[in-house]
Each structure stands twice: as C-alpha cells, then as structure tokens.
Design a protein around this ligand. Structure first.
Ligand SMILES: [Zn+2]
Length: 370
C-alpha cells in the first residue's frame, strides 16, 4: 500500500481541532471523510443529530438496504480543546505518528476506508456494508447512541474500529460506565459571628466522598471515582453549595444496578442534617461482555488473523466505546480493529506505523469472511 497517500489523508484529518464541542471542526472532519467515501463511489448521508452535536455520517455500498452484513463504527471527534492542533500538529518519526486523535481515532476511520478500497469486487457485490461515523463518542455518544443502536439492530455483526491496544490486542470486553453529578445544598452563615446557623455543604460532600467510595467492589472490578469537586465562596463563610462529579465502572451490569440503587438511597438519606443532596445521572454505558455469538465472531477473526499472518490476541479493557451500546443490544460486537496505538486522551498519544498495513489486511479479511 502507498503509506505516503495514507499519511497525506491522516495529516488532513488530524490537523483539525475537533473536540466533541467544537462542532465546526467535527463537521469539517465529516466533510473530509464524506469526500473520500464519495470518491469510492459509496452512498454518503449526513445525519442530523441535533444542535448540540456535530453531524453523523452514514456510508454504504447498498443504499436502501434494510439489513447489513456488517456495521463498521468509528467516531469523528476527539477530547482535545481548540488550539491543540496549533500546539502539536500531526508529526511522525521512523516508527510512530503523533497528533491529537492520531490513533483515537482518525487512523481507525482511515483503516475502514482502506480495508474497503482493497476489498475484492465480488465481496463488495455480495455484502451489504454500512459505516457509521458519530460526532460525540468522547462525551458518551449521548446524541448518537440511539442512531447507532438502530443501525446495529439491522446488522449481523458490529466491528468498532478504535485502535488496537499497545500490545496489538483486539478488544472483546469493555467495562460499563455511569456518570453522575451531585449537588449539596446547605445553609450559609458567617463563620465567625454565627457558625451554628450554618450547614456546610462541603462537610456533607466530604462525608459523601467516603461513603460513595465504599460502594466499590474491587474484586468484581466495580470502582467509583469522584474526579471533580467544587464548592464554597470564601474561607469565612459556611458554604451552602458544593458539587461533585462521579464516574462508576463495572464489568457486570448487575453491579451497576446495585451501585445505582445504593447511591440513590444514600443521597436521599443525605450525608449531613439539613444539607440536601441531589443526584443527577448524566450518562450510562452498559458493560460489553462476550456473548456466545460474539465468541463465534472471535473465532472468525482469529482465523482471518492466521490467514493474514497477523497474531490475534484479546483484551478486556476498562474504557468504554460505542461497542458497549451495540453489544448490550445483543448484536455480536468486537472492537479494536484500528491500527495499534496508545496514550489516548493525552499528548503522549501515538500510532504505531508498522501496524497500519497489517491491520487494514486483517479488517479486510474479516469482512470478506462474513
Ligand atoms: Zn475513541
């Protein structure tokens, strides 16, 4: 394959600030991908997902199909704020490429395109293939998961093309996650003159942090992390307001049910007299576990790997992706079909150049084997 051609396309995609909330940047990336797919002769439809998200893209070789043999999924957005591209644009050395979203997941979007570019005409004819690219994966696919879910229900299998892990592993399971915002509302008072009239929202928050941490079950992999707190106005004021942001992770969806109900009960009961606590769920991704059907798909991928000389290993990972949503619908779903990379969501993000071509071949072989 022509790696220079690949890198020219990748550079163009990486050098656009396209954090989920930078809607114009996400739309620009969608425009670039739409153009590349139209050159391929495939049908491209822009999908309106509401004013708070950029556009989605639906690409297919069989316009009007009611069922798809495979749904390939990737996201257009990154986690990086505006200005990141100016600070550290696309670059490469002998072994790796760098830049915001280079492996999470601009190269994944490209690997889908390149797998299809080399897919034999007989398979392009035989198979009904859809590619869904969403604009808001990095903030939980709040505006797109329903759309992707509807497409998944009409598909035999779903292949999510997030990067393969640093050791080359594909992803067979992902933890579920649930996010919450907590607000503590107390009574303000002068800390010197009449502290007894105050009810400290921050003291309630402090109690809450410990009680909430205790809901975890490390043996089952259930963890709770309060990652952001704020509150108060001045050191000499008993604070009447405080907030916290909570992230919950779990392998087992029953654990989510347990934590959710215990958390609700704790907050309803409150953590300090006369300080009320409100709990607001902000997002939820079910855990992705390998069903019997998924194990059949894993066997097919392993065979494709043998045929292409690409070793296939699997990992279960803590981070979520759109694979969580489609797996929870009962559709066999596997993830990690992009090239190898790591350091996601940080300036250390990189793409392993030597993995690009073999991972394109692997994905192409998997599709051809369906
Ligand atoms: Zn990603």
């Amino acid at each position: 394959m022509d790696l220079n051609h690949y890198f020219a396309e990748l550079r163009q995609l990486v050098n656009v600030d396209c954090g989920t909330h930078t809607l114009a940047g996400v739309a620009e990336v969608a425009g670039i991908m739409a153009g590349l797919w139209r050159e391929q002769g495939w049908q491209v439809d822009k999908v309106d997902l509401g004013p708070q998200a950029g556009p989605g893209l639906l690409v297919t070789n069989k316009p009007g199909a009611s069922q798809y043999d495979v749904l390939l999924v990737g996201h257009l957005d990154t986690v990086f704020p505006e200005g990141t591209v100016a600070q550290r644009p696309f670059s490469q050395d002998d072994t790796r490429a760098y830049g915001p979203g280079v492996s999470d997941m601009k190269s994944g979007l490209l690997n889908i395109l390149w797998a299809i570019r080399g897919l034999a005409p007989e398979h392009q004819q035989r198979l009904s293939i859809a590619v869904a690219m969403n604009p808001d994966e990095e903030t939980g696919s709040v505006h797109s998961h329903q759309w992707i879910g509807e497409l998944a229900k009409r598909s035999r299998v779903v292949l999510v093309c997030e990067a393969a892990r640093a050791d080359g592993s594909l992803v067979k399971a992902r933890k579920g996650m649930a996010g919450y915002h907590l607000h503590f509302s107390g009574v303000a008072a002068h800390a010197g003159n009449e502290p007894e009239k105050g009810r400290s929202a921050i003291t309630a928050l402090a109690q809450a942090v410990l009680a909430i941490n205790a809901l975890g079950n490390p043996e089952l992999g259930t963890t709770l992390n309060i990652g952001v707190v704020s509150g108060g106005s001045a050191a000499n004021v008993v604070p009447d307001s405080a907030t916290a942001e909570l992230d919950v992770r779990f392998w087992d969806n029953n654990e989510y049910q347990r934590v959710n109900s215990q958390l609700s009960a704790l907050c309803q009961q409150g953590f300090l007299d006369e300080v009320t606590t409100t709990l607001k769920p902000v997002n939820h991704k079910p855990a992705m576990a390998a069903s019997a059907d998924t194990q059949g798909l894993m066997a097919l991928v392993e065979q494709a790997g043998q045929q292409e000389g690409v070793p296939v290993t699997w990992q279960a990972v803590g981070g979520g992706s759109d694979a969580n949503h489609t797996a929870a619908l009962g559709i066999p779903t596997l993830d990690g079909f992009g090239p190898v990379g790591a350091g996601f969501h940080s300036p250390a993000e990189y793409l392993e150049i030597a993995s690009i071509e073999p991972r394109i071949r692997l994905l192409r072989r998997v599709i051809a084997s369906l």
